[in-house]
Design a protein around this ligand. Sequence first.
Ligand SMILES: NC(=O)c1ccc[n+]([C@@H]2O[C@H](COP(=O)([O-])OP(=O)(O)OC[C@H]3O[C@@H](n4cnc5c(N)ncnc54)[C@H](O)[C@@H]3O)[C@@H](O)[C@H]2O)c1
Length: 241
Amino acid sequence: MTARAQRFTDRRVVVTGAAGGVGQVVAGLFREEGARVVATDVVPADGVVACDLADDAARDAFVADTLAELGGLDVLCNVAGIQQFAEVGTLTAAGLRRHFDVNALAPLLLAQGFSAALVESGGNVVSVASISAVMGQPYNTQYCSSKAALLLGMRSLAVELGTKGVRVNCVSPGGIETPMIEAAAAGLPADVDWNLIAKSQSVIPGFMPPVDVAEALMYLASDAARSVTGANLVVDRGVVW
Ligand SMILES: NC(=O)c1ccc[n+]([C@@H]2O[C@H](COP(=O)([O-])OP(=O)(O)OC[C@H]3O[C@@H](n4cnc5c(N)ncnc54)[C@H](O)[C@@H]3O)[C@@H](O)[C@H]2O)c1
């Protein structure tokens, strides 16, 4: 195996969703490239700090503990997310709130919590949004709306924090081979309209391996992207019909 470039030697990095498909790969790549990584997830795993990021007190404590441990922060990498299909008749306030709490509020409030440290280091934020943030998809109202909130929230932070030397970017993937996509099918209604689902298909067939999304996050977090902020890097095998 070829050795990777050491783009993050001694950089202090937080990766959320680190027990999941994409997050695990991202945390591993940052470590391979020399970073000091605090990885977190609501699900316990090796080398992962357990935290429910939708819980305000737990998230605030995580921010404080991480800053104490790392002594600052260079990269906040928001990967954690949830997706459950719900057709319009079954939408609930609780379901919508949960999606907004995890997919939008948690990453935005983490960026807020770490913002002073990022200003001090001249660091950056990279967040995983989704192609679902910019296209309507059947049975996916709670996910699409929460990811759209994340995308524009991050773009707003890019404006404010850009004046202070902090970059803020998103990666928007299409379908990735992870536990999330495997679980998704189970949530579809019995009378699912596959014709509507097919409109989200990519021109390059099949789902991506998580590393394809991880590499895009690593690029945006790196100095090679020093002039890139407020961007939404789409990595979706071409959902361009
Ligand atoms: N899988 C796909 O097809 C796909 C497509 C587009 C975007 N995404 C996005 O990519 C990111 C990574 O997803 P993945 O495919 O690796 O899925 P995944 O389910 O494997 O990983 C998501 C991780 O987030 C964690 N998480 C969920 N709720 C949390 C909470 N309250 N606090 C802390 N952690 C929590 C989960 O435990 C899980 O480990 C997500 O933001 C997802 O929305 C995924």
